[in-house]
Design a protein. Structure first.
Length: 348
């Protein structure tokens, strides 16, 4: 070492290592409360360890999923209401995992920004921890990347990674047959898909994010940022009760594109659109854009965030299981022997 003056530092280049360390310390309690059987290490190591036997598995198959929040993040950044997007991030991953029949075990996050704002990042990651806690999933690691010049001031991006497991031979879909009943679980709003169109429709409406929401209490931005509903514990309880043949998470592509993903080749479904009430947010979006019903159905969840495909003789019992777990359940249709999704009734 020399005794000369200190030259240019990493901080001068825009990366504050101390801020990153402070963030890790702040989020440790949030991560700690997500601990579950199988977790072997906390935050701060080069990697995170998880013991599948400790989690109770004897012959496990691993299932992995990754996702983001999409342009819903733009609304969160612009309004400053960032606390719920962490829940969205978790939900978009773990709701997919459970559709394979897997129990989510652990979660890792990636938070990238041009200049780290410790408070904003902590609020986001605390939301991630909340989503994990609600799903029985441990937040065991992640990455905070401060990259000057890559993002405009105040902007950040998120990605999530979830790993789950199931015992060999219990994967879904399995046994889907003509006549199976479709149970639709209510969504909590738009969830995390279609927000490029949502933002366009808000622009068309002439309203700002802080304007009073036309269909609910609160500002327009706050209501549109309602987090994605987590279906994990409810869905797993139903699977364990017996009679579930498939689960379909209704994300990008809506009902039209997502349900066929879990149906065997040559089969389809018929859905009765009169079986549930279209939530007010979708009525407003459709009216604002003069949207056709078909466009609505292939863009948004339209009030159904998850479909449970069940044996017809188990439909009543499994509806009771789901309702006991807090779900609003609608019997929306059945599996048919004709490929594709057909609709009866009307949403609008």
């Amino acid at each position: 070492m020399t005794d000369g003056k200190n030259g240019i530092t990493y901080a001068d280049a825009g990366v504050d290592i101390d801020a990153g360390n402070a963030l890790v310390e702040r989020i440790k309690p949030a991560a700690k409360r997500t601990a579950r059987p199988g977790v072997m290490s906390g935050l701060g190591g080069f990697g995170a360890l998880f013991d599948l036997k400790g989690a109770g598995y004897s012959d496990p198959v691993l299932v992995a999923a990754t996702d983001g929040v999409g342009t819903k993040l733009r609304i969160a950044i612009d309004t400053g209401h960032v606390d719920g997007v962490g829940i969205d991030l978790v939900a978009m991953c773990v709701n997919d995992l459970v559709c394979q029949g897997a129990e989510p075990l652990f979660f890792l996050d990636y938070f990238a920004t041009g200049k780290l704002d410790t408070d904003t990042a902590a609020r986001v990651i605390e939301g991630i921890a909340e989503g994990c806690a609600r799903s029985g999933c441990a937040l065991i690691g992640g990455e905070t990347a401060e990259m000057p010049g890559m993002y405009p001031s105040g902007d950040f991006d998120l990605a999530g990674f979830a790993v789950g497991a199931m015992e060999r031979g219990t994967d879904l879909p399995s046994g889907v047959a003509e006549g199976d009943v479709l149970l639709g679980l209510a969504s909590d709003g738009v969830h995390s898909n279609g927000y490029s169109l949502v933002r366009k429709l808000v622009e068309v409406s002439g309203l700002g994010w802080e304007a009073d929401c036309p269909w609910a209490d609160g500002s327009l931005g706050e209501v549109l940022l309602t987090p994605t509903r987590l279906y994990v514990t409810q869905a797993l309880a139903t699977v364990r009760a017996g009679g579930v043949h498939a689960l379909a998470h209704i994300t990008g592509g809506g009902l039209t594109e997502n349900l066929p993903r879990v149906l065997p080749e040559g089969m389809g479904a018929e859905i009765d659109l009169a079986a549930w009430e279209l939530p007010p947010v979708f009525k407003w979006l459709a009216a604002t854009g003069g949207m056709a019903e078909a466009e609505l159905l292939k863009t948004f969840n339209c009030g159904i965030g998850m479909i449970v495909v069940v044996a017809s003789d188990r439909a009543e019992a499994l509806t009771a299981v789901l309702e006991e777990a807090g779900e609003t359940v609608s019997r929306i249709g059945s599996v048919t022997g004709t490929p594709g999704v057909s609709y009866t009734g009307s949403l609008l």
